[in-house]
Write a protein of this length. Structure first.
Length: 533
């Protein structure tokens, strides 16, 4: 079979952390066939010029929420133009297994009614995405919200042995069909209602399949270390590996805990446990404003929450609970330092300005106290999201220095065109990976370039058990990014987030160019990936 593609003249970083070498990369079909000097002038060969550029494995986004955006826009451009070739889903939600209860669990985040999530099995949902045509590969964890809703709906109660057995069988089937593991988000209901022993019982199934338990823990703030201990306990008792989603110490009072958390993870790793973490490269998280309301008020689902918000007495109780520290839930309002630390991404659509303004400013416009304004905004605009400034910049650097930390955007992926530019978006959707390479690697020198590439390629590929991905080697799949390390940079801001990163010249997925000379080709060679296959 004739060679179809040659990437010529670049410096190859193979993804292992080894120093770069000057070499051509030869691709035949969807696989790399040779790394070294390629012959000149073969007939029918597409040549991509990489002179003066770095050639690396395509980046793996270990925490993507593009399961919805890719249904509307298969380019995934905001990630693709940073070199991301694989999107990994499953924090809380997944495209199956689904019922009416799991659909309700996405109420605060699923703003587009045309996005499908009603699939009997996760494998069906991922295959549906592939059939729609996507530029990038897709893979997923089984959403912990899906499992909890299937077992107990929106009830805050222990699951019965029969319910747990049913879910264990379901997890076993999904793992056999290539799921990566289980992904939980334990600050949000109904996932928050899961007991530790329940999570251990489900994760035991993962251990049999060499899967991964990955979690947005119950607390990243006041109970950060205790909840990290829960994750480590689950891994130890279930005999499985585990990863911390978006490692952080949330809230100024908790900033000193970051160093201790890293020490505790190192101790667990030294004890033989496979504990890892991922991060995004920003000091603000982003989530639904409704997440500020304690989970007990969400019991029964979103419709029950809205009924409670309509009751003045219930709303007063919510406000009182938000105003005081608690060990019972992650208080994002207090962790942000109050209304000055919450920034809105867009206007509210009822002549109330929100874009680029804090909750404190919006509350003044509304003539309300901050928490009362927060609750009123959730009642009026249930899908409102915000940036929560809860992270210390020095802790971002500390976390990124750890060799077991990979990278995830915690965001959707799409083109910077309407209607996507009309939506509220965190800048991490457009800048996470470029920011690592530009700001933290090149400008601040936190680690060598080859190490930065390893964190986004072979490290996550190995953790997720994605075979023949994450490395440039003969026989491996041809997921490749060609970028300029001297110019790669993020440009998205909190006020103007829909701005592409720059510095990526070419991207190849499964042997097919999807970005050439910085422009989308609109090819859709992305595939559904299975763990260990």
């Amino acid at each position: 079979m004739p060679t179809a593609l040659v990437i010529r003249g670049g410096t190859v970083l193979d993804g292992t952390g080894a120093p770069g070498v000057a070499a051509d990369v030869v691709v035949d079909g969807d696989r790399i066939t040779h790394i070294g000097a390629a012959p000149e002038g073969a007939d029918g060969v597409q040549v991509v010029d990489a002179t003066g550029l770095v050639v690396a494995p395509g980046f793996i986004n270990v925490l993507s929420h593009a399961w919805g955006s890719l249904q509307r826009d298969g380019t995934g451009a905001s990630d693709l133009l940073q070199g991301v070739t694989t999107e990994v889903f499953g924090e809380a939600f997944s495209l199956g297994p689904s019922t009416e209860e799991t659909v309700a669990a996405t109420e605060y985040w699923r703003t587009d009614p045309e996005v499908r999530i009603e699939f009997d099995r996760l494998s069906q949902g991922l295959s549906f995405l592939e059939s729609k045509g996507v530029a990038q590969n897709v893979a997923s964890f089984i959403g912990g919200h899906n499992l909890r809703a299937l077992g107990a709906g929106f009830d805050d109660r222990p699951m019965t042995p029969a319910e747990i057995d049913m879910l264990r069988n379901l997890v076993d089937e999904e793992m056999a069909d290539g799921a990566l593991g289980i992904g939980t988000a334990l600050i949000y209901p109904p996932g928050n209602y899961a007991r530790t022993d329940e999570l251990v019982a489900l994760s035991e199934v993962l251990g049999r399949h060499d899967g991964l338990y990955i979690s947005h823990m119950r607390s990243e703030g006041d109970q950060f270390l205790e909840c990290l201990a829960e994750l480590i306990h689950i891994a130890r008792e279930a005999g499985t590996r585990a990863e911390v989603y978006h490692l952080k110490a949330a809230g100024r009072n908790n900033f000193p805990k970051m160093a201790t958390a890293i020490e505790n993870i190192e101790a667990a790793r030294a004890d033989g446990l496979g504990i890892t973490a991922d991060m995004y490269t920003y000091t603000a998280g982003g989530t639904a404003l409704a997440a500020c309301i304690p989970p007990k008020y969400h019991e029964g689902g979103p419709s029950a929450l809205y009924e409670r918000l309509a009751d003045p007495a219930e709303r007063a109780r919510m406000a009182a609970d938000i105003a005081k520290p608690s060990d019972e839930f992650e208080n994002l309002y207090l962790a942000s330092g109050g209304g000055q630390g919450l920034l809105f991404f867009k206007d509210f659509g009822d002549e109330l300005a929100g874009k680029g303004r804090t909750l404190a400013q919006v509350a003044t416009d509304m003539g309300l106290e901050e928490i009362d304004a927060l609750l009123e905004l959730v009642a009026r605009h249930p899908h409102t999201g915000a940036a929560f400034f809860i992270i210390d910049e020095d802790n971002v650097r500390l976390g990124l220095r750890q060799p077991w930390v990979s990278i995830g955007s915690d965001a959707a992926a799409h083109q910077a065109i309407p209607p996507f530019t009309d939506a509220a978006t965190h800048p991490r959707a457009y800048g996470t990976f470029a920011r690592l390479l530009g700001r933290y690697c090149r400008d601040e020198g936190l680690f060598p370039l080859e190490e930065a590439v390893r964190r986004m390629t072979s490290l996550p590929a190995d953790n997720l058990r994605l075979l023949d991905r994450g490395r440039l080697a003969p026989g491996g799949f041809a997921d490749i990014v060609v970028f300029d390390p001297a110019t790669i940079a993020d440009h998205a801001t909190y006020v103007d987030p829909h701005v592409y990163a720059t510095g990526v010249h070419h991207v190849v997925v499964n042997g097919t160019p999807v970005v050439l000379d910085g422009a989308l080709t609109h090819a859709t060679p992305g595939r559904r990936l299975r763990r260990g296959a």
